[in-house]
Write a protein that binds this ligand. Structure first.
Ligand code: PLP
Length: 434
């Protein structure tokens, strides 16, 4: 089957995500045959360095033998069983491990990130109902936030291009000023700006506490907003404010969890415990769809009742799928056995040193958090992001800029040569695209 035939068949049969399909008349689809480590290979044997971890999911490289073996072993035992009325070993072990890692428990599983957002929103709303606080029905999120594309998640998302079309279908939510330090006043340091934003949050919450169920937030990095990074003091203050005014804090760690920001979970940077934590993406090392919402014993207890409808009756068919749970267990074992967080610190240092070459380009807001890097390119080219994407692929590099923000969120397994390739190819691609 030729490349061209695969493209034609895909365009005829597959409706691709987050895509105006007509644009594929100019930007050809790229059929991928296989992956290995940080590389994706097309059908002509050309390879592309996956600098975005395939939409931020891949942690330990494609074709990882340890995760693959765990899934294969599980496949010989039990591929799936429904989780209502039944249970199995991988889901129990994974839930216990996540509880130890986060200090939260009662793992409720979904499949994709957006399903975790839905679960957390519904649980928070339902908690207040079960405890007799029926006026607490509204949610707040940050300006430029992103929590997924299903209707509930889109209701707390603040990205116009994804949201505006569906506005009549969405629940109303209010957006709090974002502490993304790119929005700070000239000369204002990130911490002072974060505190100023937290004061504005407090004013709003104090006034609306009676109607607010929860504040949902992406801890430390607003990824889809163009990798907007902020000072952890905002998280600390958000926790204090939510506690003081009895509003739940939902930490959406779907993109930033599992070591991405330097600690296992981004909330650790402020030493806070949210009321709900949403996890997905990297949880299975990028192998299988799985998401989970963790919460506190107190919240769980409000659902534990003789009345059926006080229980959380939400479900998805593939909830807690054993194959996905075994991929997640293998992923957590790699973190533990290979001291990944420490290794990542060394990799990050190497990247930081090498990327200095990029400071000669017309860029601003060069920023890094753990295993995430971003900068904003100053260019008059209105088509910069498309040019950068296409030029990147031509040079064997998968970059997917968000507007003029170029970012790297690579798998954690890059060696020195691959880091060189990433930095130098990015340099070349940007020069060609501005
Ligand atoms: C912070 C955050 N929340 C939720 C989601 C939605 O996850 P999914 O695309 O798996 O539904 C994403 C996806 O990028 C995300 O970055």
């Amino acid at each position: 089957m030729s490349n061209q035939q695969l493209i034609q068949r895909s365009l005829a049969a597959v409706w691709h995500p987050c895509t105006q399909m007509k644009q594929h008349e100019q930007f050809p689809l790229l059929p991928i045959q296989r992956g290995d480590g940080v590389w994706l290979y097309d059908f002509n044997g050309k390879r592309y360095l996956d600098a975005v971890s395939s939409w931020w999911v891949n942690l330990f490289g494609h074709n990882n033998p340890r995760i693959k073996d765990a899934i294969k072993q599980q496949l010989d035992t039990l591929e799936h069983v429904m989780l209502a009325g039944f249970t199995h070993q991988p889901v129990i072990e994974l839930s216990e491990k996540l509880a130890r890692l986060t200090g939260l428990g009662h793992a409720f599983y979904g499949s994709d990130g957006a399903s975790a957002t839905e679960i957390a929103l519904k649980m928070s709303f339902h908690y207040w109902r079960n405890t007799g606080r029926v006026s607490k029905t509204r949610f707040i999120s940050l300006q430029n936030s992103y929590h997924g594309e299903t209707l509930g998640a889109l209701g707390v998302t603040d990205v116009a291009i994804f949201k505006d079309t569906y506005a009549p279908l969405l629940m109303q939510s209010a957006q709090m000023p974002s502490p993304d330090w790119r929005l700070a006043e000239q000369g204002e340091i990130a911490e002072a700006f974060a505190l100023r934003c937290a004061d504005m949050l407090e004013r709003y919450v104090a006034e609306h506490a009676d109607e607010l169920a929860a504040f949902i937030i992406e801890p430390l990095v607003q990824c889809a907003a163009g990798m907007g990074m902020y000072h952890p003091v905002y998280l600390k203050r958000a926790r204090e404010i939510c506690t003081k005014y009895e509003v739940h804090l939902i930490a959406d760690e779907i993109a930033v969890g599992f070591g991405r920001t330097g600690t296992m979970f981004a909330c650790e940077s402020a030493q806070i415990r949210p009321d709900f934590m949403c996890l997905s993406k990297g949880i299975t090392g990028g192998y299988l769809p799985l998401s989970v919402v963790l919460t506190t014993g107190a919240i769980y207890q409000a659902f534990y009742h003789d009345e059926v409808t006080k229980g959380f009756l939400h479900s998805h068919s593939y909830t807690g799928n054993p194959l996905a749970c075994s991929a997640a267990l293998a992923t957590l074992a790699i973190f533990e056995n290979d001291d990944i967080l420490q290794k990542n610190r060394q990799t990050a240092e190497a990247i930081n040193t090498k990327m200095q070459v990029l400071t000669h380009l017309p860029i601003q807001h060069l920023r890094q958090q753990g295993m995430m890097w971003a900068f904003d390119v100053v260019t008059g080219n209105a088509q910069f992001s498309k040019a950068c994407y296409s030029n990147g692929l031509a040079h064997g590099l998968l970059l997917r800029p968000i507007g003029n923000t170029v970012y790297w969120m690579p798998p954690y397994v890059m060696d020195a040569d691959e880091i060189d390739y990433l930095v130098h190819t990015t340099n070349q691609v940007i020069k060609q695209s501005i």
